[in-house]
Design a binder for this molecule. Structure first.
Ligand code: NAP
Length: 309
């Protein structure tokens, strides 16, 4: 039986790479020469959420039928374009929700209580020389969630024990939380604004200078969604001018590059897109990628296809 040709466009765990190799011929970062010879062999792409699949590449693969994303965000794949070419796109929804929500809570506490600065204070031998400046209290803060999807809801569930939670989004949900019609209105009513919305052309720069101004000098921004949702230049300006108190960010507009003013600021907490990066969750994500790939190879219905828009 012919082994399928799978194009792997992003690094995966060694277990997932071994599982892919067991299922087909795996090619990585295809060269022009390789494409000239093998483009028509490729039936499946496996990729990461941050890498996606460039439209130009998809157009060169006439027999491509599956793009399996190892992640939930699909902003780097043109799902409508893929569908028009008969390509189904799958992702890994749900299995990473808890991790992303946990990290959001960690970022809130880490930023407000200056956990990184406190750790550095001890390690650098500063403790005997004096105390750290006081931090800010978490319990009692007002939390605003932008995008009450799977992750947004899980963040709300966790933060409800700390203080009141409100939200905004495309649609009002059947939940017992105050709804705001837009991000600026939510920001004005929040001490902590948490971005959990999916990235798209519509949500690009949803968090702009107007929203940051509404958040105000006591407010902080937390982003665990995608860098493109926040106008990073406006964020840098808002932090520099103390228009907002700070920001905790897991995602950036041009990863892995982070604007230097955010790195230099002592009012930011920065993590390198690690919200789903635990052993347990990465294993669950890999299993779902393989479930989708196996269903595709066997001609069965795919477990988690993304419906075309
Ligand atoms: P989800 O369940 O699809 O939730 C997405 C939310 O965004 C929904 O509430 C949706 O509103 C809202 N939304 C979409 N378009 C909007 C618009 N134009 N205006 C306002 N709201 C809009 O997805 P999820 O599983 O919670 O994941 C959310 C995002 O988190 C992913 O797309 C991904 O980018 C990001 N993520 C990041 C990491 C990380 O490592 N940092 C890990 C996983 C996920 P409706 O309910 O009305 O559709």
């Amino acid at each position: 039986m012919n082994r399928p040709t799978i194009l792997q466009l992003a690094p995966m765990s060694s277990d997932l790479e071994a599982a892919l190799a067991a299922r087909g011929e795996v090619a990585r970062t295809p060269s022009e020469a390789w494409l000239a010879e093998h483009a028509a062999d490729v039936t499946a792409i496996v990729t990461g959420g941050g890498t996606g699949a460039p439209r130009e590449l998809v157009e060169r693969l006439p027999n491509l039928r599956l793009i399996a994303i190892n992640g939930v965000g699909y902003d780097k794949v043109d799902v409508a374009h893929a569908a028009a070419r008969g390509v189904t796109v799958t992702n890994t929804p749900g299995v990473l929700t808890d991790d992303v929500a946990d990290l959001a809570v960690g970022l809130v506490i880490g930023l407000q209580r200056n956990l990184v600065g406190a750790d550095r204070h001890v390690r650098d031998g500063q403790w005997p020389k004096g105390e750290l400046p006081l931090a800010r209290k978490v319990t009692g803060l007002r939390f605003g969630i932008v995008g009450l999807g799977r992750i947004g809801r899980a963040i709300a569930d966790r933060l409800k024990v700390f203080g009141p939670v409100a939200y905004t989004g495309r649609t009002k949900k059947d939940v017992d939380l105050p709804f705001h019609p837009d991000a600026a209105s939510l920001a004005a009513a929040s001490d902590v604004l948490i971005v959990a919305v999916s990235a798209s052309a519509e949500t690009r720069h949803l968090i702009d200078a107007v929203v940051l101004k509404a958040l105000g000098p006591g407010g902080v921004l937390v982003n665990v969604a995608r860098g493109s949702v926040v106008d990073e230049a406006a964020l840098v300006a808002a932090i520099d001018s103390r228009q907002i108190a700070g920001a905790a960010l897991d995602v950036f507009a041009d990863e892995p590059h982070v604007p230097q003013p955010l790195v230099d600021s002592n009012r930011t907490l920065l993590t390198p897109h690690i919200a789903s990066a635990t052993v347990e969750t990465r294993a669950a994500m890999a299993a779902l990628v393989l479930d989708n790939l196996d269903a595709f190879l066997a001609g069965r219905p795919l477990p988690t296809p993304i419906p075309p828009p």
